[in-house]
Write a protein that binds this ligand. Structure first.
Ligand code: OAD
Length: 263
């Protein structure tokens, strides 16, 4: 993709940069976005029917198994060129912060170091009761617990015996405080903000690019489709992030021969 030359020049000045990603950046890794139809076994369920405290209360086994299915899906997936391009961009900038709404862990697997997981992670679980269940520390040995008691689905908390639950933010729940504070501050202080692969519909994450715009940052959207944010951004790069991001990073920071990012 031909990136506007002013944007390339801006990026070469190494601005303080914040990035917000959504499910779209993982689409080219084969992971369905949130608003795509669920596939196969789970086709008859909507995420809104499963990703809520009430759903877990009502059918803990069903919700646990849905997340186990998503964990397997992610384990078989690999980061794509878009994830790697962001890791390369982080290595070329002095001040950079990646904020993601995704729970698939692909940014870290691609080498991103500063990753703020606003909606938690599929790889972590926490207790549904103790450990200050909202912002609780995760249960690191939960796979051992599950293997020792395969009949117990969901597995039980080693401390209080209550059901373990995925450490992800469910509809109606608050975001992890520390991650959200850091993300809010990054949006308030950045000079460039990239909004990538998100429908910009779900609050409070959808406010982050608007905060950046209001304080005078250059805001760039990367998405093959228009979103409510598109009319307000400084640059709209219409295309799949797995192609646009490598072009953006390679054109701004031409790699030495042989190490350029592949689409
Ligand atoms: P959505 O499914 O709402 O939006 C995905 C976006 O990715 C859409 O705008 C697509 O156009 C775009 N997209 C699709 N393929 C793409 C590609 N190859 N490259 C770039 N973009 C692409 O997912 P999110 O915006 O992430 O919250 O949804 C935000 C939150 O809504 C999720 O984190 C989840 C959901 O409720 C919670 O679970 C709390």
């Amino acid at each position: 993709m031909d990136i506007p030359s002013e944007l390339i020049q801006l990026l070469r000045k190494k601005p303080r940069t914040a990035v917000l990603t959504g499910a779209g950046i993982s689409a080219e890794s084969g992971i369905p976005t949130f608003r795509e139809a669920q596939t196969g076994l789970w086709a008859r369920y909507q995420p809104e029917d499963l990703a809520t405290p009430a759903a877990f209360e009502r059918s803990p086994r069903l919700v646990w198994e849905w997340y186990a299915w998503r964990r397997e899906l992610v384990a078989k997936a690999s980061p794509n060129a878009g994830h790697y391009a962001l890791a390369a961009l982080e290595s070329r900038l002095d001040e950079y912060c990646l904020i993601t709404q995704n729970v698939d862990g692909l940014h870290a697997r691609a080498g991103s170091r500063c990753v703020l997981e606003l909606h938690g992670s599929l790889q972590r679980v926490k207790c549904s009761r103790c450990h200050a269940a909202t912002d609780g520390e995760d249960i690191p040995d939960w796979q051992t617990i599950a293997a020792a008691h395969p009949e117990e689905i969901p597995p039980r908390c080693p401390s209080c015996g209550a059901a373990l639950r995925p450490d992800v933010v469910w509809f109606g729940e608050s975001l992890p405080g520390a991650a959200f504070q850091a993300a809010w501050q990054a949006a308030e202080t950045c000079q460039m903000f990239l909004s990538i692969g998100t429908s910009a519909l779900v609050q409070p994450a959808a406010s982050l690019p608007l905060i950046a715009l209001q304080q005078g940052a250059v805001v760039v959207e990367i998405n093959p489709s228009a979103t409510p944010l598109t009319p307000q951004v400084t640059y709209s790069l219409m295309g799949p992030s797995g192609a646009v991001l490598p072009d953006l990073v390679n054109q701004a920071f031409p790699a030495v021969a042989g190490t350029s990012l592949q689409n």
